[in-house]
Design a binder for this molecule. Structure first.
Ligand code: GDP
Ligand code: IMO
Ligand code: MG
Length: 440
């Protein structure tokens, strides 16, 4: 069986926490898109693990796979593995030979393009990890794949084709000086050694075959989405998006299992009880101006600072059109609502129930970002819920959640037309109210 965990909003919904919670019954945890732009937090018994590339299942000793749909920076991967080993874990991570490699020139170009866009208002606010340029090269058929690192001759061929183009781009288009990141010899030396290490540690796989064998053996597969639906390159608010498809359909494409496999399983949308956004782009329910103080309060209480970049996250009320859109784009079978504790004790709780777009009421997200930016939220007020002993609530169960918060959750499940499977009431694995088990 499969369970796919996806972000319903703008990333950082707490996917890592849910992958950790339900990963206990998984045998293999697979990332199917994105790269080290992700930052997934797992907290177990007070110990916090921040993971960028290693799938969150590693904390529970599950086999982690980086699928063919991922873009992999080997430096980050090895650093993260070493760090986890330093903490006493023994992560077993496999990397798809069809996954693309983030090379130093991708990171450089990510920074250069953001800089170039800075004055034009179309800056994305990327994580600077080279994600966009690597996916560009993948689609442009000039990328370097993990499998290419295993053969020094092939690697040289790929680099000799791609690198002069990057050099010309940096020097002739942007008028900057190309550095070490465009030195074929240096790149070849470093990345052939990466290939050697991957081979020695037996880390590379044909992802589709690997997962097929596990399925044949009756194993449970969990797909760990990164980012979120509203920053999906197709379904998000383009161009303020990441360059991959975090939506559930990509779990099949990005791992090689086929849509009938993931489609027969569960697709759980992770929802943050309010909104947070790290990058640029519109945010109709954003708390700003007179609500700045409230935003600061939520930001501090929820620890809303980027896991990857440390940037303060922008804060807004729950945006329900965004959730309806996410439910359709992903086909949710259930949702998990996190950070319900963070909203406790407020004087007021609102949600953006619908939008007013040029005088018309709409209930889902318009397809152009310009229209989305013109949307005014039509707010609905909810009774605030009190601060309670959330650890106690998590232990007792759903009925122990304060009435007003249950009202809020009931409304959310009605709007997305999918039941609430779990409620996050704190960062720790134990601080989750479990209502249903997607594996059953
Ligand atoms: P991800 O990228 O979706 O995995 O989410 P992140 O890990 O980037 O950000 C979520 C943050 O919220 C992390 O610091 C989590 O430990 C924390 N978190 C997750 N669920 C909850 C919750 O229900 N309540 C609170 N207070 N924090 C949570
Ligand atoms: P997780 O998996 C939140 C945002 C960036 C930027 C845009 C493009 O932790 O939820 P990129 O570097 O991907 O080209 O940046 O996407 N972004 C995220 N925001 N959570 C993430 O991942 C994100 N990954 C990328 O801030 O706006
Ligand atoms: Mg994150």
């Amino acid at each position: 069986m499969t369970v796919t965990i996806v972000g319903s909003q703008l990333g950082d919904e707490g996917k890592g926490a849910l992958v950790d919670l339900w990963g206990g019954e998984a045998d293999v945890v697979v990332r199917y898109q994105g790269g080290d732009n992700a930052g997934h937090t797992v907290v177990e018994g007070g110990e916090e693990y921040a993971l960028s590339l290693v799938p969150s299942g590693a904390v529970r000793g599950k086999v982690g796979v980086l699928g063919n749909g991922c873009v992999v920076n080997p430096r980050t991967l090895f650093d993260e593995l070493d760090e986890l080993r330093g903490k006493g874990l023994d992560p077993d991570v496999r990397v798809a030979r069809r996954a693309h490699v983030i090379l130093p020139y991708h990171r450089r170009l990510d920074g250069i393009e953001e800089e170039a866009k800075a004055d034009s208002g179309v800056k994305v606010g990327t994580t600077g990890r080279g994600i966009g340029p690597t996916y560009e090269d993948k689609a442009g058929r000039r990328g370097v794949r993990i499998g290419d690192l295993l053969d020094p001759e092939v690697l040289r061929e790929r680099l000799e084709y791609a690198v002069p183009q990057k050099r010309a781009l940096i020097e002739d288009v942007y008028g900057l000086e190309a550095g070490e990141e465009c030195d074929v010899e240096a790149l070849h030396e470093e990345f052939a050694a990466v290939g050697e290490r991957l081979r020695e540690e037996g880390m590379t796989v044909d992802c589709g075959d690997f997962l097929h064998e596990r399925r044949e053996a009756g194993k449970n597969l969990m797909f760990e989405g990164a980012q979120g639906t509203s920053i999906d390159v197709d379904h998000g608010n383009y161009p303020y998006v990441t360059s991959s498809n975090p939506t559930a359909g990509a779990a099949a494409v990005g791992s090689g299992v086929g849509p009938t496999v993931t489609g027969r399983g569960e697709v759980v949308g992770v929802v943050k009880a309010y909104l947070s956004r790290v990058g640029e782009g519109p945010l109709p329910t954003e708390l700003e101006g007179p609500d700045e103080e409230l935003a600061d309060f939520i930001r501090e209480k929820g620890g809303e600072f980027g896991t990857v970049t440390g940037r303060p996250r922008r804060i807004g009320w729950l945006d329900v059109p965004m959730l309806r859109h996410a439910s359709r784009a992903n086909g949710f079978t259930g949702i998990a609502v996190n950070h319900v504790d963070v909203l406790a004790g407020l004087d007021e709780v609102h949600v953006g129930h619908a939008y007013d777009l040029d005088g018309e009421t709409i209930e889902t997200v318009p397809s152009t970002t310009e229209e989305w930016a013109r949307c005014e939220p039509i707010l609905r007020e909810f009774e605030p819920w009190p601060e309670v002993d959330w650890a106690d609530v998590a232990e007792t169960g759903y009925e122990a959640i304060p009435d007003a918060a249950r009202e809020y959750l009931g409304y959310a499940e009605e709007q997305v037309e999918a039941p609430v499977y779990a409620v996050g009431v704190g960062p720790d694995r134990a601080e989750t109210v479990v209502r249903a088990n997607p594996w059953e």
